[in-house]
Design a protein around this ligand. Structure first.
Ligand SMILES: NC(=O)c1ccc[n+]([C@@H]2O[C@H](COP(=O)([O-])OP(=O)(O)OC[C@H]3O[C@@H](n4cnc5c(N)ncnc54)[C@H](OP(=O)(O)O)[C@@H]3O)[C@@H](O)[C@H]2O)c1
Length: 329
């Protein structure tokens, strides 16, 4: 029986341990496509799965990895054939379905997009779900008509995966981007991505006790949530928009209606997981064409399966910088 390597999480008395194990391909769930994974990537949600957070993964042992890019090895549907290069992100991959931290996945065809020709498997996973989500945030701002001439854009959680790609993408589209960060030591990294300047988390939290703040931003991409998100909303100029996608600081915030009813500010929700497949395809196509980013390698740290547990600790503790690419050989 053919075997493959996977990073497994085992549970023992509410303790979660990680180890690379050899598994039989026949142990994978029944799926329309068997995919040889070439690259995966590390996202914050994978760390939650690895730490036993039941809202992400209910049962262990489990293989995390919400992202995978690779080559179809076996297909039982007409529209995919062996040899196709494909990308799988979101839906249930890596949550309660065995995920991309493995040399093989088995998934339903409705989760799978054909990789655009002009995007490599490697680049698709340097982007991964975090980069894809940054793309969705930018797309949502563009769709409500925000343009570089309207003013500055704030990106919070700037050193993280979503933040890094959002800065690079917005800067490449001509926006003046300000990087909200807790790490002043990473100023050079953030300016290198295209940020005009950095703003400390402390400065972004000033005035949290006031109902409204001075108009500062044409728009914002917020990855951290909590009070910082509402401060960004309160500082958004008339008719501006804030794309909200994350919660590393908190899933909750105290709010009032003033920014919405006095300044017409829009709060734009962004979900990359259950998004219809045709919209996923559209975002990947944008990254393969109008949104091609030249500096992707600059935000990438490459790891093997064996090196992943250490990277999981880093991202869980808010210390990860940029994106972690998992090379599955
Ligand atoms: N809606 C969706 O579909 C979707 C998709 C992908 C990700 N997400 C969410 O988006 C968020 C960011 O994901 P990511 O992949 O970018 O994570 P990440 O790589 O871990 O980056 C998060 C960044 O947030 C900042 N940060 C960490 N702890 C913080 C705190 N307590 N307060 C304020 N800032 C803090 C750090 O940046 P600095 O050091 O620069 O401050 C950190 O690098 C997560 O909540 C993730 O679950 C949502």
């Amino acid at each position: 029986m053919a075997t493959y390597k996977a990073l497994r999480i085992n549970e023992n008395n509410s303790q979660y341990t990680l180890a690379v194990e050899n598994r039989d391909i026949e142990q994978l769930p029944e799926g329309e496509l068997l995919i040889r994974v070439k690259y995966s990537s590390l996202n914050y949600k994978d760390a939650l799965s690895a730490k036993g957070i039941k809202g992400v993964t209910r049962q262990y042992p489990h293989t995390p990895g919400i992202d995978a890019a690779g080559i179809v090895e076996r297909s039982s549907v007409e529209h995919f054939k062996a040899g196709d290069e494909v990308i799988v992100t979101g839906y249930d991959l890596g949550m309660n379905t065995e995920g991309g931290f493995a040399e093989y996945i088995s998934v339903p065809a409705k989760w799978v997009v054909n990789k655009p020709e002009t995007l490599s498997l490697r680049d698709s996973m340097i982007l991964g779900t975090a980069g894809f989500t940054a793309g969705m945030c930018v797309d949502s701002l563009l769709q409500v008509g925000i343009a570089p001439s309207q003013g500055d854009i704030l990106v919070t959680g700037a050193c993280g995966g979503v933040g890094s790609v959002a800065i690079a993408l917005l800067a490449s589209l001509g926006f003046d981007v300000y990087a909200g960060t807790g790490r002043a030591s990473e100023k050079e990294y953030l300016l290198g991505l295209g940020a005009k300047d950095i703003i400390s988390r402390e400065d972004l939290m000033k005035g949290a006790d006031r109902p409204m703040l001075k108009e500062r931003w044409a728009g914002a991409v917020d990855t951290v949530g909590g009070e910082l998100l509402f401060n960004a909303i309160k500082s958004t100029q008339y008719g501006g928009s804030v794309a909200c996608c994350g919660m590393v600081a908190s899933a909750e915030f105290q709010a009032n209606v003033f920014p919405f009813i006095l300044r017409g500010v829009n709060l734009l929700g962004v979900d990359s997981v259950e998004l219809p497949l045709d919209i996923k395809m559209h975002i990947w196509q944008e990254f393969a064409s109008h949104w091609r980013l030249e500096n992707l390698e600059a935000i990438c740290t490459e790891v093997s399966l064996a090196e992943l547990p250490a990277a999981i600790e880093e991202i869980y503790n808010g210390r990860q910088k940029g994106r972690v690419l998992v090379n599955l050989g």
